[in-house]
Design a protein around this ligand. Structure first.
Ligand SMILES: NC(=O)c1ccc[n+]([C@@H]2O[C@H](COP(=O)([O-])OP(=O)(O)OC[C@H]3O[C@@H](n4cnc5c(N)ncnc54)[C@H](O)[C@@H]3O)[C@@H](O)[C@H]2O)c1
Length: 354
């Protein structure tokens, strides 16, 4: 993530320092950025001169002392609070008094990260999506300690990087990783209840729901180990709210090493010559599956709105730009809450035709 964020900052015209304690990782990051920019030149998106300018703005270092002189630092190191604490403490001794200190954490609270700073009002969450150069959404998360000035400056900087920013409360999963949980959780429940198999659930969500990818295909992309860990973390962070309960099916897949595409087997078999299972293309069943999942997503979106996690507009922006939820789904989320049953029946058809 750090390499992608550094590339975005350098592309936006900033002199950028990428620091990593691991020199190999640093070399990998440099080679990766150079390769991506070379490809952009080949495609005609960037000129050779632009590429050289961007590369000229990037420096690579393995010492935090090299952050001296930076106006903003975005931390994207290992997701362990104690490691982040020691890095933030050290950074504060190096940077200027008005340097913004940001974290790209996905699951830790910004308040807890900033608690070790002498000036905690300079902490803010700046959460990119992977891959950072391609994904337009960035969640900006003020902690209880964050000053108004730090929040508005951080937001203005990221807006100037041609990203779509949304502001959200410092709560587990922020917007996207909170609202999207039932896409996996409810799909796994439907499977565990014996309602349908993986392929049929995926078919229902792509064919009827118009999602770009079904939940099991998506979990196989993300990796069952990663997705399961995030689910466990969110469950714990929400004080074991049963809505976020992890699934034994996913746990067993992760334990068996059926991690998804990266191991050649997940919910599906990706070995050469393996044939993907055919879904049961039953429209009535498909609609039931789709409605169960969509209703859970609607609940989460509304819970986030109700608890002022973010504005309605920002939740909408986050779900369309962070996870590419189709507009139709967002429209259905809102119409369900605002329209009477009769109106809903009428308008539902219109939305489906839109
Ligand atoms: N991977 C994602 O999809 C994603 C998305 C959004 C946010 N995030 C967040 O970004 C952060 C990084 O995630 P990642 O997937 O890029 O992790 P990663 O393990 O791929 O990279 C972390 C890097 O930090 C370096 N590092 C570790 N300790 C360090 C230290 N003390 N000083 C300097 N460098 C150090 C490591 O050498 C490594 O190169 C995490 O907080 C994660 O939650 C990740």
């Amino acid at each position: 993530m750090g390499a992608g964020i550094a590339q975005v900052a350098a592309q936006a015209g900033h002199a950028t320092v990428l620091v990593d304690v691991n020199v190999e990782q640093l070399q990998k990051a440099q080679a990766g950025i150079e390769k991506v920019l070379a490809r952009l030149v080949e495609k005609g998106t960037k000129t050779e001169a632009e590429k050289n300018d961007i590369l000229g703005r990037l420096t690579y270092a393995s010492n935090i002392a090299d952050f001296a002189g930076c106006g903003m630092v975005i931390e994207a190191i290992v997701e362990k609070l104690e490691v982040k604490h020691s890095v933030f403490k050290e950074m504060e001794t190096v940077v200027s008094a008005d340097c913004i200190l940001a974290s790209n954490t996905s699951s830790l609270s910004i308040a807890s990260i900033g608690s070790v700073l002498k000036n905690p009002s300079r902490i803010v969450g700046i959460h990119f999506f992977n891959p950072a150069p391609l994904m337009p959404l960035v969640e900006i998360i003020p902690a209880v300690q964050t000053s108004e000035e730090v929040l508005s400056t951080a937001k203005a900087i990221i807006d100037s990087w041609e990203k779509k920013t949304v502001v959200c409360k410092d709560t587990p999963g922020f917007i996207v990783n909170r609202v999207a949980r039932p896409f996996y959780g409810e799909a796994l429940r439907i499977y565990e209840e014996g309602v349908a198999d993986f392929a049929t659930i995926d078919w229902a969500m792509t064919h009827i729901g118009k999602f770009r990818m079904g939940p099991f295909t998506l979990m196989d992309y993300i990796g069952n180990d990663i997705n399961y860990t995030v689910t466990e973390t969110v469950f714990e962070a929400f004080y074991y709210d049963p809505r976020f309960k992890p699934s034994f099916t996913q746990k067993r897949h992760a334990e068996a090493g059926f991690l998804g595409r990266k191991t050649g087997r997940g919910y599906y078999n990706y070995a050469a010559g393996a044939v993907l299972p055919e879904p049961v293309k039953d429209e009535v069943l498909g609609r039931q599956i789709f409605e169960r999942i969509i209703v859970m997503l609607i609940n989460e979106a509304f819970d986030a709105l109700f608890l002022n996690i973010a504005s309605r507009n920002d939740i909408d922006l986050a779900m369309t730009n962070g996870v590419n939820y189709v507009k139709i789904v967002i429209a259905r989320m809102y119409c369900c809450a605002e329209w009477s049953k009769e109106e809903l029946k009428l308008k539902e058809c219109l939305i489906f035709d839109a």
